[in-house]
Design a protein around this ligand. Structure first.
Ligand code: ATP
Ligand code: MG
Length: 440
């Protein structure tokens, strides 16, 4: 991508409305734009990051055996009257009428809809287990939308829904998502700690919130500090192994960890004082097992091996991609801007032409840009005629992991500089060496 032909509206000034660093940096880097309170456009740079986050989420959902579909944002009120949540949900639900005056709503979540899909076609235990997910916009008319896309009214959610014949089978499905979440957050460069959580309006029996520790987090959390160093389940994790997944669940729930709603002061005080971590956190995911809370009122049942009809046991599993992007920034930035983990960086490499219009600089940059692009890298080429200082500031601000800098003096020697955004380390090397480092 040539910056001269891209759309990346950088702000020079610090936006006054932004209270936390991620919101400030997302606005300054031209990633998002607020359209009305709590409703955002994702501009091209932001969209690239969001897509990479979603790709990782999708990959881990698929690995755990979940199947992707897509459900609409608008739902009919009737479904929610069936489950009994239409009145209970309150003012967070955006209620709309269509031209025939039929009550509709913008979905805040999809338990009812997916249960309807399930009951319309699944009739036998032989079709279980089943886990269906989508990545779709949601709307919740939050009392206090704030911090940019961290708490917005329209936001994206990956929501998965599992269906099983028995409670034991449903617990295995829960453990699959539990392990998938640990892997997902790890690949996003985050350390998320599962904490016992309140089941809230979804209702349920078993629930964990996945929390990232951050000073700007809205939740107050308490946990054992050893969680920070726990190993994440690796690629060889067998999602069909009931014992294997139970062992992962047991290990990751073996120490104290709870949000303030579930906090047990006495249990926390039993943790040795030096091991206690009481901090603030950002909730990036939330999983629930809620048994037959929806299948019973909505009549979702299957025939069991005993020939009888059974209401299915369900769980739901949410991750907020549009909250994760700012959460990653909260965890990874410095005074100059964002520092993206490579897995979600909008570009892999930025090529900075310090003197656009200078033949040697132009030729060198074109050569590098073409070679790295051909090798499958996402390259941003800063070919604008801005001052070098401005280009450096922009590159640091948008947080691309590697900068390749071509200035007239180095280029005259057949060399460029390679800078690591995270460490700030700079290395001078031949043009060929710079290309080879990233092509190999
Ligand atoms: P919170 O407690 O932060 O209001 P919640 O418990 O209501 O969230 P869930 O219903 O558990 O949220 O939704 C699943 C995930 O969706 C959350 O873990 C979070 O990542 C994301 N999410 C929920 N509400 C918002 C929001 N207003 N803006 C952005 N992301 C959100
Ligand atoms: Mg929650």
């Amino acid at each position: 991508m040539r910056l001269s032909r891209y759309f990346m509206p950088i702000l020079k000034e610090n936006p006054k409305e932004a209270e936390i660093v991620s919101h400030r940096l997302m606005l300054r880097a031209g990633m998002i734009r607020q359209q009305s309170q709590g409703i955002y456009s994702w501009l091209p740079l932001g969209k690239r990051v969001l897509d990479k986050v979603n790709a990782i989420i999708r990959d881990e959902q698929n690995r755990a055996g979940a199947i992707e579909l897509s459900m609409p944002t608008l739902q009919s009120a009737e479904l929610w009257q069936e489950s009994g949540r239409y009145d209970a949900y309150g003012k967070e639900m955006l209620r709309i009428k269509d031209r025939q005056d039929r009550p509709m709503l913008y979905g805040p979540t999809n338990e009812e809809m997916v249960t309807d899909i399930f009951r319309s076609s699944v009739k036998s235990y032989k079709d279980l287990p089943l886990n269906l997910y989508h990545i779709q916009l949601k709307f919740r008319d939050e009392i206090r939308p704030r911090f940019g896309t961290m708490r917005s009214r329209e936001f994206m959610m990956k929501d998965a829904y599992s269906f099983d014949l028995t409670r034991e089978a449903a617990e295995h499905s829960y453990n699959k998502m539990f392990a998938a979440y640990l892997r997902t957050f790890d690949r996003l460069g985050l350390r998320a700690i599962p904490m016992r959580a309140d089941t809230g309006p979804i209702g349920g029996k078993l629930s964990h919130e996945f929390i990232i520790l951050a000073d700007t987090g809205e939740s107050e959390v308490f946990c054992h500090k050893d969680f920070v160093g726990f190993d994440t389940p690796d690629e060889r994790t067998d999602f069909d192994s009931v014992e294997g997944l139970q062992a992962i669940f047991d290990k990751w729930t073996s120490l104290y960890a709870a949000t303030s709603e579930m906090h047990d002061e006495a249990a926390f005080n039993a943790v040795p004082e030096g091991d206690r971590l009481s901090a603030r956190g950002i909730e990036v995911g939330h999983i629930f097992y809620f048994g037959t809370n929806y299948s019973e009122p909505m009549g979702a049942k299957v025939q069991g091996p005993d020939g009888k009809e059974h209401f299915v046991h369900m769980g739901s599993y949410g991750i907020g991609p549009t909250r994760l992007v700012p959460a990653i920034i909260e965890a990874s930035h410095d005074d100059n801007g964002i520092i993206w983990p490579a897995s979600v960086a909008p570009f892999d490499i930025v090529v900075i032409n310090m003197k656009a219009g200078d033949q040697a600089c132009d030729d060198t940059c074109e050569l590098i840009y073409a070679a790295l692009t051909k090798a499958g890298k996402d390259v941003l080429y800063d070919d604008t005629d801005d001052r070098a200082g401005t280009k450096f500031a922009t590159a640091d601000l948008i947080g691309v992991p590697v900068q390749i800098i071509a200035g007239p003096r180095a280029v005259a020697n057949g060399e460029v500089e390679v800078k690591d955004r995270k460490t700030g380390a700079r290395e001078t090397m031949t043009i060929e060496a710079a290309i080879n480092r990233f092509v190999a």
